[in-house]
Design a protein around this ligand. Structure first.
Ligand code: G1P
Length: 282
């Protein structure tokens, strides 16, 4: 079955970005020309998806406004690009009632997803090139849940969901187990879940059976652990770049690196960085 739908959880507080996120959603933090969540919606769109559900929560209304039609008379190429996508996709919103974790937020997608496989994209993460497109290609072959992972340094494993798995072919692994934010000692590998998934609808039954885990929250990783006992699941090693915009260093890096790839900005930014290099040396 084709992956036609995407779910974008955007309900978390963004505490690592305070006070930037005191009165605006972390998904609305700008990266060069646009807010983070626009990159995420574009990723789903350019991966062939036309039905998108964004899971919001308290203080997230700016996200809905961003994807609404604009009455501004002035149109530049960035606004036109956004209009083009908006005229071609259906974006729906649902609000998480209480902050009970990522797993709880995903539960709100059950009616939207129905009985189809779906892409799940964390709303505060940018991947380049679009990871979802690659996951959908792998899904066509394996036809079951596939989670994108990347290698992280050992001392960072406790920040991520980590998978235990065995290699099947280049970049594809069969998942044996998953653990949310393990200590270095407990971590079965350094393959970290990066925020892009293709999941079968079986995840919803697993989410219902999942008790609060790390931090007292309903963890998606715990539900996937259960799903893995019922269905085969694969991990896909993503070789592109991932920026977690809920973290200030990644956010700054994303701005610099994406500005360096932007035709209009690259020249000036390169000159600026060269000038910094000189002053950093002295
Ligand atoms: C969430 C997931 C975690 C995943 C991470 C990727 O954690 O729970 O499994 O590795 O996103 O960014 P969070 O970053 O919301 O704490």
């Amino acid at each position: 079955m084709k992956v036609r739908k995407a779910v974008i959880p955007a309900a978390g507080y963004g505490t690592r970005m305070l006070p930037i996120t005191k009165a605006q959603p972390k998904e609305m933090v700008p990266v060069v020309h646009k807010p983070v969540i626009q990159y995420v919606v574009e990723e789903a769109y350019y991966s062939g998806i036309r039905e998108i559900l964004i899971i919001t929560g308290k203080h997230k209304r700016a996200i809905e406004d961003h994807f609404d039609r604009s009455d501004l008379p002035k149109r530049d190429k960035y606004m036109e690009e956004l209009d083009k996508i908006l005229s071609d996709v259906n974006i729906y919103f649902v609000r998480q009632r209480e902050q009970k974790g990522l797993g709880d937020a995903v539960r709100y997608a059950e009616a939207f997803v129905d009985d189809e496989p779906f892409a799940l994209l964390l709303g505060d993460t940018i991947t380049l090139p679009p990871c979802t497109k690659e996951l959908i290609e792998v899904y066509r072959q394996y036809k079951t849940s596939i989670i994108a992972v990347e290698e992280v340094p050992k001392d960072k494993v406790s920040l991520y969901g980590i998978v235990a798995c065995k290699p099947i072919e280049d970049s594809v692994y069969l998942i044996e187990d998953l653990v949310e934010k393990p200590s270095i000692e407990e971590a079965p590998s350094n393959l970290a879940i990066l925020g892009r998934y293709i999941l079968t609808p079986g995840i919803f039954e697993c989410l219902k059976e999942t008790k609060p885990g790390r931090g007292g929250e309903i963890q998606l990783t715990d539900a996937m652990r259960l799903l893995n006992k019922r269905e085969k699941m694969y991990a896909y090693l993503f070789k592109g770049k991932r920026y977690d915009i809920g973290n200030k260093v990644d956010w700054l890096k994303a701005n610099i690196e994406l500005a360096l790839e932007d035709g209009e900005l690259a020249g000036e930014i390169k000159n600026y960085i060269r000038s910094l290099e000189v002053s950093l040396r002295t």
